[in-house]
Design a protein around this ligand. Structure first.
Ligand code: B12
Ligand code: SF4
Length: 482
């Protein structure tokens, strides 16, 4: 390792069970960590499973790297372990893991022979300090948020302060190929150049399936001026016409989001944007009619809303703190001003009964009706996946889910994890719901699809999904069309 410039390779591994997406997501975690390293004068290469074969690329890049960083959500642990093993076979470069999974299980992660260090929580400051340590410039004790093993014993340093997200804006987009990541998104039937901004970290709410509760329910916001600065550069330099705000909860601060919206309008930017919002925010003191109207006039075109369930008992169990009426009201208000709603739902959570599942299916159709005149944009039906760090995970464990006792044991916990309270037959059925609910709320343009839509509505109303012939027909049509 010569001089102070070191070479870091940062890796985004493949999450188990993930279906290929048309849209390539920006690996924001590595972008921020990489930005910090580049600002310190280091060389950074990001390897992302979405656009390259990591197995092949690491062979080319690891030989002369001084540090490898891997970002791991729980479903990415399996691939992260595989990659770390390959690296170990060809190099003794230090391997550091960061991200949600090692943040929740730092000790268990460093016990693995293929991980040298874990950085817990925000990675920007700690990774820069870790590089100082491996370059011989400081003692290991000076690296905040670090976990490691020494003579078979766990060692750790105190947690770093949260990153000041206003100081790190904008991230260094030249670290990634913007041509690839500004992939086209379909908006109102048209392909639009799209990019992602993260304008806040954390959330103040307490949903029992969400990792934010583990992180102390603290919300850290980027000021409006920094958000609009990022939007401006993306618009003028990269010709981006659609911004996906990837915040957990974009609309916490009404004043802030209104300033961003007005900036888009006042600067005559031809730009659309969307973000996630809670259904209970649509009330007089927050997102009232007037506010939603202004937001819509200023480019907001979609609210992503976690409606989660059509059963109030399940909503209460999930500590969602919303009512069914809140969701109806949210969808009505948004649709009145032309803002589409993409709603997501969780099915198959512990203790959910068949009747409660039916309530959710009926509720999706009801919301579609309330979203006048176009209907819901999308209904995402996810089978509950227990992610550690959330309250519902503990309930899943009580219901028979086994917690792996070593890092490699997590390799099967992912998007399609078998759950003790869901039989194989039930899982097969739950997997069809996303497909059928979206067919049922679609606006069919031709005769065949009108028939399929009617059949899907019947199935969703009756909670009957045996012999999924319509799906086979659609798959066949799609295949023939290529
Ligand atoms: C945006 C987002 C996505 C995006 C992009 C993810 C990405 N890689 O950037 C998309 C849509 C692809 C996505 C997908 C999924 N996501 Co997601 N996602 C988020 C969300 C809302 C914000 C993450 C983000 O960008 N934050 C901003 C960045 C800067 O922060 P960060 O990611 O935390 O990274 C910081 C630290 O963690 C750390 N760090 C991260 N990586 C590394 C690596 C190194 C080497 C170091 C040193 C440090 C480090 O430093 C970073 C900078 O401070 C979080 C919610 C949350 N509270 O975190 C969920 C979240 C991370 N997602 C989650 C899940 C489960 C998923 C899915 C598996 C969901 C699914 N069922 O399909 C998929 C699949 C993952 C994939 N890679 O494709 C869970 C993870 C739970 C867990 N135990 O792992 C979260 C926490 C949601 C939740 N509330 O439960 N996600
Ligand atoms: S699910 Fe959404 S609203 Fe609930 S705590 Fe998580 S980020 Fe906040």
């Amino acid at each position: 390792m010569g001089g102070s410039n070191i070479k870091a390779v940062l890796i985004n591994p493949f999450p188990s069970g993930k279906q290929p997406d048309e849209y390539i997501e920006v690996p924001l975690n590595l972008l921020y960590v990489g930005t910090k390293l580049r600002k310190k004068g280091h060389t950074v290469r990001i390897l992302d499973y979405q656009i390259c074969s990591i197995e092949q690329e690491i062979k080319n890049h690891v030989q002369n790297a001084d540090l490898v960083g891997i970002g791991a959500m729980t479903p990415q642990v399996g691939h992260s372990v595989e990659i770390s093993k390959i690296i170990r076979e060809i190099s003794d470069v230090p391997i550091v893991w960061g991200g949600q999974h090692p943040t929740i299980y730092p000790e268990q992660t460093v016990e693995s022979k293929v991980v040298d260090y874990v950085i817990r929580g925000d990675g920007e400051e700690p990774i820069a300090k870790l590089i100082d340590f491996i370059s011989g410039k400081c003692d290991i004790k000076k690296v905040p948020s670090l976990f490691w093993m020494e003579k078979e014993k766990h060692k750790s340093n105190p947690q770093a302060q949260f990153t000041d997200i206003n100081k790190i804006s904008p991230p260094d987009w030249s670290l990634i190929d913007m041509q690839v990541y500004t992939g086209n998104q379909i908006v109102n039937g048209e392909k639009v150049k799209t990019f992602t901004i993260n304008s806040g970290r954390g959330c103040i709410h307490r949903c029992a399936f969400c990792i934010n509760t583990f992180q102390g329910r603290v919300w850290r916001k980027m000021e409006a001026i920094n958000i609009t600065n990022e939007m401006n550069i993306l618009y003028n330099k990269y010709n981006v016409k659609y911004i996906f705000f990837r915040d957990d909860n974009l609309f916490i601060d009404k004043k802030r989001i209104l300033s961003v919206a007005r900036y888009v309008r006042d600067n005559k930017m031809d730009m659309k944007w969307s973000g996630s919002c809670r259904a209970d925010y649509f009330k007089e003191s927050h997102l009232n009619d007037e506010t939603v109207k202004v937001l819509s006039q200023c480019g907001l075109c979609n609210f992503a809303m976690g409606i989660e369930s059509g059963s109030q008992r399940m909503l209460n169990l999930m500590k969602k703190d919303i009512t069914l009426q809140d969701s109806i009201n949210a969808v009505r208000t948004a649709s009145k001003y032309g803002v589409e709603c993409s709603c997501s739902f969780v099915v198959g959570a512990p203790t959910e009964t068949e009747k409660e599942l039916e309530e959710t299916l009926k509720f999706i159709l009801l919301l579609d009706k309330e979203a006048k005149p176009k209907g819901l944009g999308f209904a995402g039906i996810n089978i509950y996946t227990p992610y550690p760090g959330s309250e519902l995970f503990d309930m899943a464990v009580e219901s028979g889910l086994k917690i792996p006792d070593n890092l490699e044991g997590w390799k099967d916990i992912g998007i399609d994890t078998p759950l003790p309270w869901i039989s194989k037959a039930k899982r097969k059925k739950l997997k069809l719901l996303d497909y059928y609910c979206n067919l049922a709320i679609s606006n069919p343009k031709n005769f065949v699809y009108r028939y399929l839509n009617k059949a899907a509505r019947f199935r969703v109303t009756k909670n009957f999904f045996m012999i999924p012939i319509e799906k086979k027909i659609v798959d066949f049509i799609k295949k023939r069309r290529g």
